[in-house]
Design a protein around this ligand. Structure first.
Ligand SMILES: NC(=O)c1ccc[n+]([C@@H]2O[C@H](COP(=O)([O-])OP(=O)(O)OC[C@H]3O[C@@H](n4cnc5c(N)ncnc54)[C@H](O)[C@@H]3O)[C@@H](O)[C@H]2O)c1
Length: 373
């Protein structure tokens, strides 16, 4: 068996969040909230993902309190504050880093801002949740991982990447099946991610579908099977499509080999013609069964024993399917010292190494050894 992404003994599988219990927990240091054990939270970047998930998830908790919304777009910050009953809004991060009542900074800004913002927040003693992808460049993700590790080693604030797929009930169920032996020996993993042709909005997102969206699937594959050591990948040739010109990784297929000889595949296409949300299925084939799951639609299915016959199961729960509430619950457990980050910045650096190796392989037509992060 490969090394799992996180040690399950230290990081229990996330379950769908039940009613949060008010629990002050231990002293969390600088930034402890003024209100009975509730942690003060600043959400930075009040765009699409903050409005879709983060602000509602924080607002629903009794053990955390939204204190600030921050956005360079003043109107957006104000409007989000009004919608989620947040007392204050600002246009720059520095303002909230100076507020001793803020314990947690939740970075929902575009990835090009994540590294400087995370480093500044950790230096200010704030715990940080940062949206995926951690950053666009390996160097930035590495700097973030090192800063997070230094802060942790010094007993300071903690950092976690908001990788919601790992907290989705469907992926948690799939991992339990894989780890629990229901499939016999899991030997092959296959991840398929097909999204629509609509262009991501920012130039950076347009340049890399893999880093922007594939990061979810590559992280999930590692979560299930451990570290791949070699990759061979192909993309369609560069072609000018739409208004933005060439996009090398709009379509990519990759083969993976893990340290223990197990194998896997990753396929991503940005030209699905299916209705939203496309296809996001990860499948594991074992000696005595197979299982698959869709973290966004919130289902898992598995078959035990025979090719002809056997037992088929299907489970579906769309409540909190994408894992956003469980992700924030888990992060609060990390802040209170009850869990380890899922995933850490170091984990994400490993995912970024896999993705970079895919792109190197596609350019060179060679199998590429994935460096250890
Ligand atoms: N987990 C998921 O499935 C998922 C889905 C969508 C987006 N995301 C991630 O969330 C992050 C944000 O994406 P989005 O789609 O919400 O983007 P968005 O463009 O809709 O929102 C980003 C917001 O950040 C603000 N902003 C930009 N620079 C800033 C700065 N320096 N300081 C403060 N605010 C700033 C912008 O004005 C904007 O309101 C990205 O990392 C993205 O990859 C994750």
């Amino acid at each position: 068996m490969g090394t799992a992404l996180s040690d399950p003994r230290r990081t229990p599988e996330p379950e769908p969040e039940s009613e949060p219990e008010p629990d002050p927990g231990p002293d969390v240091g600088a930034g402890a909230s003024p209100t009975a054990g509730a942690l003060g939270v600043a959400v930075v970047g009040t765009g699409r993902i903050a409005r879709k998930w983060h602000l509602s998830a924080w607002a629903a908790r009794s053990d955390a309190r939204l204190l600030w919304t921050v956005d360079v777009d003043r109107d957006s910050a104000r409007e989000a504050a009004a919608t989620w009953s947040v007392p204050r809004s600002a246009t720059d991060l520095a303002t909230v880093l100076d507020d001793p009542d803020v314990a947690v900074v939740d970075l929902c800004t575009p990835p090009e801002h994540h590294a400087p913002q995370l480093l500044a927040a950790l230096r200010a003693g704030k715990h940080v949740l940062v949206e995926k992808p951690a950053a666009w460049s390996l160097a930035e993700v590495r700097a973030m991982a090192e800063a997070a590790e230094e802060a942790e080693a010094a007993g300071g604030p903690v950092a976690m990447v908001a990788e919601n797929w790992l907290h989705s009930p469907a992926i948690a169920r799939l991992r339990r099946l894989v780890e629990g032996g229901a499939l016999g020996e899991p030997l092959v993993v296959a991840g398929t991610l097909e999204t629509g042709t609509a262009l991501p909005r920012t130039p950076q997102q347009q340049r890399s579908r893999l880093l922007n969206g594939g990061v979810h699937m590559v992280t999930t594959i590692r979560h299930l099977f451990g570290e791949p050591t070699h990759v061979g990948a192909f993309t369609l040739p560069d072609r000018a499509e739409g208004p933005t010109g060439p996009r090398t990784d709009l379509d990519i297929v990759a083969s993976l080999r893990f340290a223990d000889g197990r194998i896997g595949s990753f396929q991503q296409s940005g030209r699905s013609q299916r209705p939203r949300p496309g296809v996001r299925v990860v499948r594991v084939l074992g000696t005595e069964g197979m299982a698959e799951a869709d973290p966004i639609a919130g289902w898992a299915a598995w078959t035990e024993t025979a090719w002809d016959g056997g037992t088929h199961h299907r489970w579906q729960d769309t409540t909190g399917a994408a894992g956003q509430d469980a992700e924030i619950a888990h992060f609060l457990d990390v802040v209170r010292g009850r869990a380890t980050p899922l995933p850490t910045l170091r984990d994400q650096l490993r995912t970024h190494h896999v993705m970079e190796a895919m792109l190197t392989s596609a350019r060179s037509f060679e199998t590429v050894e994935i460096p250890a992060a």
